[in-house]
Ligand binder design. Sequence first.
Ligand code: FAD
Ligand code: SF4
Ligand code: SF4
Length: 398
Amino acid sequence: MHVEGLLKQHVIDPEICIRCNTCEETCPIDAVTHDDNNYVVNAEICNYCMDCISPCPTGAIDNWRVVSKAYSLEEQFSWSDLPAQEEIASGEAGGAIEALEDDVGALLEEARKGLGGKPVAPASASKPTVNLYNRGKPAKATITGNFRLTHAEADSDVRHIILDFGDQPFPVLEGQSIGIIPPGLNAEGKPHAARLYSIASARDGEKPNANNLSLTVKREDKGVCSNYLCDLPRGAKVEITGPFGATFLIPNDPASNILMICTGTGSAPFRGFTERRRRAMPEAAGHLLLFFGARRPEELPYFGPLQKVPEKLLTRHFCYSRVPGEPRTYVQDRIRSEGARLSALLNNSHTHIYICGLKGMESGVDEAFADVCRHASLDWATLKATMRESGRYHVETY
Ligand SMILES: Cc1cc2nc3c(=O)[nH]c(=O)nc-3n(C[C@H](O)[C@H](O)[C@H](O)COP(=O)(O)OP(=O)(O)OC[C@H]3O[C@@H](n4cnc5c(N)ncnc54)[C@H](O)[C@@H]3O)c2cc1C
Ligand code: SF4
Ligand code: SF4
């Protein structure tokens, strides 16, 4: 996994390890060794096969550090606890390692262009795992569910797809993405590039403690990967890379207000965020607000389930642009009409903004926030920069 001089090193947490020798017995290529003090992984030998992860009774073996120079055996033997992740500047990502694979890094960089600066994770977010699986060593997931979210008569076919990882570790946080490798070759006879999809479930799975996750996938006309995914039957196997993304993450602070603005499949991470809040902190003081744009209610993924989330937890603003006989409403219109409430939230240092979905929505949303701020004698450009720098403003559009 060497990319641009960086290595994701497999390390063992000496504070948790009970020195049971299971990993040393399990490792097929003798990458694990020990002295009187510690069990350690030899970075020159380990090939990331993951065979040792599930047999470890404590989880001590499931630790990773991205390093510019691998920790030597001697250094690891001397540890009494794990060293913190060192700060590594990685281009635009500015220290937060979103992805080590060049093509995935480029996709994420493009998706976050609208931020206008370095992406920064919320200060209270959990530490994500990134790049556990790559093209050379993908995870293999099984499709355990694939059903249509949009109405049978809607123009768009958006599907809820559930992927089960069996006994492979695939730790994720809400807001991260995974790579899907469509089988077959492209027009140049090369393997298809991986496509990114946002995780639509909470970190602990579709149902608590299931080793699975869900995606919200829109079938694109003639699209290679979306058609492949949308047509997969239950039981089919899929090759997965990732997880990716280290900044578009939910804050863990229960006081945080989370403003979520999306169109179409941009709702995927917000389904994960809402589910996380509902499960982990249902009594949180902070509020969730969703602005969700679609042509008609029939085109809106998760419409039914979203209606069931209590208002106390989530305030919903559905904005329809093509309902016969009704004025066209886009998310930016609703942001403007909710200006008084929003400007109070924007003045609150616990407020986070997340924008996800079609690239085309960005400028309208930006102008709407500028208008809301102007009416409240706030300067949106300054506020936006401050929010981004403190990990409270996030954009992911594609
Ligand atoms: C960070 C991130 C998160 C994302 N999250 C999601 C998500 O949660 N859900 C989701 O659905 N998508 C998501 N995407 C988009 C996703 O990665 C893919 O880009 C999308 O599914 C289209 O991929 P595809 O392989 O189907 O289309 P591609 O084959 O890549 O084609 C791209 C476009 O070109 C057109 N095209 C292709 N071949 C032809 C042809 N022969 N003639 C005419 N037109 C053609 C297709 O209509 C398509 O619109 C995300 C992207 C990023 C960057
Ligand atoms: S990941 Fe594989 S090679 Fe590395 S220590 Fe574990 S079992 Fe050994
Ligand atoms: S299997 Fe886990 S607990 Fe046992 S020695 Fe290895 S790392 Fe430590």
